[in-house]
Write a protein that binds this ligand. Structure first.
Ligand SMILES: [Zn+2]
Ligand SMILES: [Zn+2]
Length: 336
């Protein structure tokens, strides 16, 4: 596919889409019903529907009988861990294999023309972004994700929490499902701002930012404290009347959905003339510039707080102006 129809490569080969990044029109004021209608299909397809399908599959085939989960026992806990680990390996691995090992679409639509595997860095375990990401994903990421899942299921099995049944409340639970990505976005923005404070950045979040040029395994390349906070979206289901299937969806949205922001390509080619939007641009800019785009664009929090970068030249100028003003303020404070 000819990616220059949709964007440009600079002299280093890095790709920038022509269309600046935008927030979803969900919170636009005044409301923009037409824009909302245009945006809605991309909200559901493919990812949100896929995570609902995987959560339903987990609920139907993976989650043990309720009676077995009333007590914590290694058998069912390790079973859930094994399934989650295999699923991560297959899903992340398939994207890594297709886009980064086989390099099936070359650098077409690739934000950064360099390949992480070609550049060893001391910042990573074994100097490899991929190995570092895999070790952290399986070492602490999937275990902490599974721990949240176990907590939710154990609580449900013991009637701890405001659980409601699927059969009696299908429409209510469908409405909750619609709101869960917004909750994820709100939660992610809050914890992300928190771990960008100097102390937590140095000891926790800098691990994730070693991937300046993210690839699929960068997704869960995090410090365990960040894993703990990141997957804490499961805890909202102890507050909102919900169902464990939706709590599993929430965890899949975080765990599998993390890849969506770290894929490194603006579009993934499906055939000679068809490609799928990745929605990775906003978070790619966060990895590139560090102090912009703390959220993923569903709620315009970055616009409200003045930290939005849309990837355009104007966006860059606004970011530089913000950094300049902050520096001037710090200098003024230092000299008084
Ligand atoms: Zn990231
Ligand atoms: Zn960050």
């Amino acid at each position: 596919m000819d990616d220059t129809e949709f964007g440009t490569h600079n002299k280093r080969g890095d790709y920038t889409p022509n269309e600046p990044a935008r927030h979803a029109p969900l919170f636009a004021f005044p409301p923009r019903p037409l824009a909302l209608l245009k945006w809605l299909p991309g909200y559901f397809l493919p990812w949100n529907v896929l995570w609902l399908a995987t959560a339903a599959a987990w609920w139907a085939w993976i989650v043990p009988e309720k009676a077995a989960m009333t007590t914590l026992a290694w058998g069912w806990v390790l079973w859930l861990f094994a399934v989650n680990a295999i699923a991560v390996f297959l899903f992340y691995g398939a994207l890594e294999l297709h886009l980064y090992m086989r390099r099936a679409q070359g650098t077409r639509f690739k934000y950064n023309a360099k390949w992480p595997a070609d550049h060893k860095s001391q910042a990573f375990l074994f100097q490899s972004q991929t190995l570092d990401g895999m070790i952290r994903a399986f070492g602490t990421g999937v275990p902490i994700w599974t721990a949240w899942e176990v907590l939710v299921l154990w609580a449900w099995a013991n009637d701890v929490g405001p659980w409601v049944s699927l059969a009696d409340n299908p429409w209510y639970l469908a409405a909750v499902w619609l709101v869960l990505p917004v909750i994820h976005e709100f939660h992610f923005f809050c914890i992300h701002r928190l771990i960008h404070t100097p102390f937590l950045y140095k000891w926790v979040h800098s691990v994730h930012h070693n991937s300046v040029n993210p690839s699929p395994w960068s997704s869960l390349s995090m410090h365990p404290v960040e894993h703990l906070l990141y997957f804490a979206t499961a805890a909202y289901h102890f507050v909102i009347p919900s169902h464990p299937l939706l709590a599993i969806y929430q965890l899949h949205y975080a765990g599998f959905g993390a890849v969506v922001g770290h894929i490194g390509f603006d579009k993934v080619e499906l055939s000679e003339d068809r490609a799928m939007e990745s929605h990775a641009f906003i978070h790619y800019l966060h990895h590139k510039y560090f102090e912009v785009n703390y959220g993923d664009g569903l709620i315009p929090l970055d616009r409200w707080f003045g930290t939005f970068h849309d990837g355009s030249k104007d966006g860059e100028a606004r970011m530089n102006e913000r950094y300049r003003r902050r520096k001037a303020k710090a200098n003024a404070r230092a000299s008084t």
